[in-house]
Design a protein around this ligand. Structure first.
Ligand code: RB5
Length: 146
């Protein structure tokens, strides 16, 4: 699976920890930055990650900022993106099974590396259920974009 990942300055260390988990899961990684402590604007990172998901260059994306909140809000403004901010494994699984989330958001100032790793593993390894009722609801989300 190909994953595009990006963070603002509030989650650079967690981004690096998440990349190690993705490597263990044999994912191909596209890292769009940021790579240092200098402040950047999280909407710019959301746009870079999500454009690779929407274009099909990557299968899914992971976005990170200090809380995960700002970057998830920005990601969800982009047509075709269903971004889930997850602070626990159950939400990560449900966001895949029920919502077919194609982008995961994490907060670098919220989560420790251990819990974040478990969330990422669950999110990568869980498939969309494909149930008719969930498809119908996702189609209604898409209709809201129009
Ligand atoms: C940056 O200081 C911070 O606002 C950002 O990382 C994020 O937490 C916003 O939601």
């Amino acid at each position: 699976m190909k994953i595009t990942i990006g963070s603002d300055h509030g989650a650079v260390e967690l981004k690096d920890a998440v990349k190690k988990i993705l490597q263990e899961l044999n994912c191909e990684i596209s890292d769009v930055g940021t790579f240092g402590k200098d402040a950047v604007d999280y909407p710019d990172i959301a746009e870079k990650v999500c454009s690779e998901v929407v274009s099909g260059k990557s299968d899914r994306g992971i976005v990170l900022c200090g809380t995960g909140i700002g970057i998830s809000i920005a990601a969800n403004k982009i047509k075709g993106i269903r971004c889930s901010l997850c602070n626990d494994v159950f939400s990560a699984k449900m966001s895949r099974e029920h919502n077919n989330a194609n982008v995961l958001a994490l907060g670098g100032r919220v989560l420790g590396f251990g819990p974040a790793g478990e969330i990422v593993r669950a999110w990568i390894e869980t498939n969309f259920s494909g149930d008719e009722r969930h498809n119908r609801r996702i189609e209604k989300i898409s209709a809201l974009e129009e």
